[in-house]
Design a protein around this ligand. Sequence first.
Ligand SMILES: [Zn+2]
Length: 433
Amino acid sequence: MRRWPGLLLAVLLVSGGVVYTVEQREQDLRARASAPTPARTTKPSRIAAAVAARRVAIDTILVRRAGAVQTGDEQQFLADVDPLNKKLVAAQKTLFANLMEIGFTEIGYSQAEERFNPALLKAHGRTTYLVRVLMRYQIPKVDFTPVTTELGYTFVARDGHWLLTADNELDPDLGPGAHREAWDLGRIEVQRAPRVMVLVEKGDTVRGRAIVRAANEGLAEVTAYWPLTWNGSVLVIALDQTDVRDARFADEDIESAASTGSTFSSLPGQDTADGTVAGGYIVINPNQRDHVDEILLSHEITHVVTAALGGYEPLWLAEGAAEYVSWRGIEAISGPAEVLKWEQEVADTAVPQLSSLPGDNGFYQNTTDVYGVSWLAVRYLVHRIGLGKVEELYEDMARNGIDQASRDRILLARTGLTEATLWTALTTYRPQR
Ligand SMILES: [Zn+2]
């Protein structure tokens, strides 16, 4: 149920990359300024011409590959793949089949900046061209707008032709989740309902359909219990993989069953440091794929339907709202007694372990039940100002809660509480129907 570490990491890495580029550029400028004026030769312009020609050639390849996906032409998709790299050819066939199965309404690739790696230059020869590539796509109904993900491609020129010879050599230098989209992994299968799309391993049909049913129920619960009108479709990825997008299920201390990661219409660092969040995809922990139910998915789908609001809400509000929706579903099935019991437990055991509302830093590493405490905070606010006003608070926070001062101002204006007085209220909270 982790959501933000990936995004935060992405921001750090990408802004790190930007700083690096700027520093490099400044070094280049300084070096150029201090270098003696070169003798007049035609060499620099020849290099510039070669770089320009390469840019056009690679652009042409990228357009051809995107066109191949749009027309379903596998041969055209593979035409510029290095035939000597059999493993890559096989992987690209799988990729093509996956892309076809998803059925994008829009797909395009563009070159970002060139990256330099002496080891790769040595391995592939002097024509080696390593470039960060932006993939812009739109999955019908799932993505409201085209969204962007990044890749790293290695091209070499052979007999006057540019060939894609590797697609993973830049991966360690890209943002988290890059080249780990569902279609970048093994062969996938798509199971659909009108507002649900589930991606499973090829042949994992029965499980895929079960997850579609759970997602339908989860979506119905979010629609019933969270007063935000949302007419999108939910994408759930349930593969036999521990690393999908920015979800990392292998190296987490606290096991989580699923995670919702952001999609970006503009990546962090592309136009703004934070990027522009377009929505979210749900990824299921591979060892939890048999335990996906509407309780788990209603929590994650709450993240999905609120994702595009902006993403600046505090985590206690994001996780508290998701837990609120999920528990409303439980209440509908097992009655209010179960909820009262759990509220009492959180109030008796989790709240005394904290001295304030759980902050964003270390939220997901906290061994105290911060989900329970966040849920209690949202329950308290719903009793105090009503669910409709809590939803408005959420929207305002998500759009405008860019720093603590803004969050404080929004919380006070909309609830009459500060984080401190809200916390004090929770320490004396008594479960109420
Ligand atoms: Zn969550």
